[in-house]
Ligand binder design. Structure first.
Ligand code: C2O
Length: 568
């Protein structure tokens, strides 16, 4: 096997580590056991960084040689690299290997994607406002994609192949190049919005191309608006290409979407008020930095991030919609309730169009922190997708910041949640009264979250302050759907009402794959605004209430504390 020219100059000495001899051409249904990795040491000429672009050019080349580029010593801290499709392996849920193969077709040619010039913007419209002709058009597009599945199952434009993209990038089918055993995970980090934006971009372009309609735009599910707070009807007609039988049957329209995931509450007025308040919090009230909203940093060689690393929008409304509509009759809440299967539900793409719309809206909301993330490891992170001409392309995060340059925009509608700040309490609670009979943290933790628990927690500073509530070492069973909520100084004890000043935030986990059966993570909730809203007195303790909503018995919380907010 010959090395591509860019490789030859690197003067590497490499050893192939692997148990099974690699096949010269790994088939799309490659199993994890066929993988191997290469350990290299850089030649003397190559101290430090190597031009990654040149290195990447080797990726589409011969199997094996392509792996030479992936040595960790050369990589240092760097942007996440796109996966090597040829070494795609088995996807997982928890520790259970999936019985589906979600690896993409392979290709020897990878092009760096350039945004084509925009002649006319596609306008993505709210699904509940779409006229019949446009609904029919979208149905036709999905039908055409489903037909491609049958005509040629390896056609990357087919509906199943499109669905598999999500599985492969989210359930551990792709290892990070050069880091065997470290998954690529496009959730729970700053890659969340960019990855999904690019994903929808090609999905939409494929449809426009199949329809031969360059104006075709993906409808968005306007779930942040009362009229959109149910599954749009177009997805619920059983004989349509937009229908998916694997959904929670109790939540078919006109059932009201409950972003709080609290199924004990049925009053639609309260549900909608909760939803709007949650939207306000995740978009405006809670984030105190760009990464609070976007998700934490995630670079080449980092362990795959987990739920708490995600941004407020991802962890909030985004996850809630997945969880609410996933089918509880299926072991892992398939389809939309689990990452590996979510793309099989046509509603997923409209859901994510609204998630993407949230990114555009957040960008325009004035804030006292800087919105742009300028870290090169963010800007240069890249992914691979097939475009509408079946060409495998490499796209960069930095190229997706301006959605209009990508050729689309969103129909403007009223955004009621900007006016949904939880009402401020007139007077502070009396902490002496409230804390009667409430135990201190040392007595309660570690806590198995079987029932609603109240606990007294010390503050570093009395009264209003810039502080963060930390729930530490939260151990969750990755296979389970999980939700719990947290309130501070709540004397009303109405856990079903999250549209109140005392609501601090929640924890939601979709069943997903990380390395082990359990995840261990910390949940950090900013308290600065909450203290203002509850009008806290000069107290040095607060009462924290933790309310399990879904599968509390699969959660153990190691400890709880309040710390000063880190200075950014
Ligand atoms: Cu990639 Cu909504 O998940």
């Amino acid at each position: 096997m010959q090395s591509p020219p860019s490789m030859a100059s690197l003067q590497l000495s490499c050893t192939v580590l692997g148990t099974t001899a690699p096949k010269p051409h790994t088939l799309p249904n490659a199993r994890r056991s066929r993988r191997f990795h290469v350990s290299c040491s850089g030649g003397p000429a190559e101290e430090g960084k190597v031009d990654r672009r040149n290195m990447l050019l080797g990726l589409g080349g011969m199997y094996g040689a392509a792996n030479l580029v992936s040595d960790t010593k050369l990589a240092r801290a760097d942007p996440l690299l796109p996966p090597e499709f040829k070494s795609c392996g088995v996807a997982y849920v928890g520790e259970d290997p999936l019985d589906v193969n979600c690896c993409p077709p392979t290709s020897d040619v990878i092009k760096d994607y350039k945004l084509p010039p925009v002649h006319r913007l596609r306008v993505r419209r709210a699904a509940h406002r779409l006229n019949l002709a446009n609904v029919a058009k979208y149905k036709r597009a999905v039908k055409m994609m489903r037909d491609l599945d049958v005509a040629d199952p390896t056609d990357p434009r087919g509906f199943s192949q499109q669905a598999n993209i999500h599985c492969a990038y989210c359930n551990g089918a792709h290892d990070q190049v050069g880091h065997e055993g470290l998954d690529i995970q496009v959730h729970f980090s700053w890659l969340f919005f960019p990855f999904h934006r690019w994903y929808l971009y090609f999905y939409e372009r494929i449809m426009a191309d199949l329809l031969k309609d360059p104006t075709f735009a993906l409808p968005y599910w306007n779930w942040d608006q009362p009229k959109g707070m149910q599954l749009p009807w177009m997805f619920d007609e059983e004989d349509s290409s937009l229908y998916d039988p694997n959904r929670n049957q109790d939540r078919r329209p006109p059932a009201v979407l409950n972003l709080a995931l609290n199924s004990t509450i049925t009053d639609p007025v309260q549900i909608i008020s909760n939803n709007l308040s949650l939207m306000y919090n995740e978009m405006i009230g809670t984030p105190a930095s760009a990464t609070d909203f976007m998700g934490k940093a995630y670079r080449d060689g980092d362990a795959p991030p987990t739920y708490p690393d995600g941004g407020t929008s991802e962890k909030g409304s985004h996850t809630a919609v997945h969880a609410w509509f996933g089918d509880p009759r299926n072991e892992y809440n398939e389809d939309i309730g689990n990452f590996y299967s979510a793309g099989r539900d046509p509603a997923f793409y409209s859901h994510h169009a609204n998630v993407d719309r949230m990114w555009t809206i957040w960008n325009d909301i004035p804030a006292d922190y800087q919105k742009a993330i300028t870290d090169p490891d963010y800007l240069n992170a890249s992914f691979l997708f097939y475009d509408e001409k079946k060409q495998l392309v490499r796209v960069k995060v930095a190229d997706c910041f301006n959605h209009k340059k990508m050729g689309y925009d969103y129909e403007k509608v009223d955004i009621p949640w900007v006016r949904s700040k939880p009402p401020q309490r007139a007077a502070a609670v009396n902490i002496q009264d409230l804390s009667k009979g409430v135990k201190t943290a040392e007595k309660v933790f570690p806590l198995k979250l079987r029932k609603t628990t109240r606990v007294l927690v010390a503050k570093p500073t009395v009264g209003k302050a810039d502080e963060v509530l930390v729930l530490e070492n939260i151990v969750t069973d990755n296979r389970k759907l999980i939700k719990f909520d947290v309130f501070v100084n709540d004397e009303d004890d109405k856990p079903e009402e999250v549209d109140r000043a005392e609501y601090a935030g929640g924890f939601t986990q979709l069943p997903h794959r990380v390395k082990a059966k359990n995840s261990v993570s910390d949940l950090r909730l900013n308290l600065k605004q909450l203290y203002e809203n509850i009008n806290i007195a000069d107290d040095d303790t607060v009462v924290v209430t933790i309310v399990p909503l879904i599968n509390g018995e699969a959660v153990t919380i190691g400890g709880i504390k309040i710390v000063e907010a880190p200075t950014a």
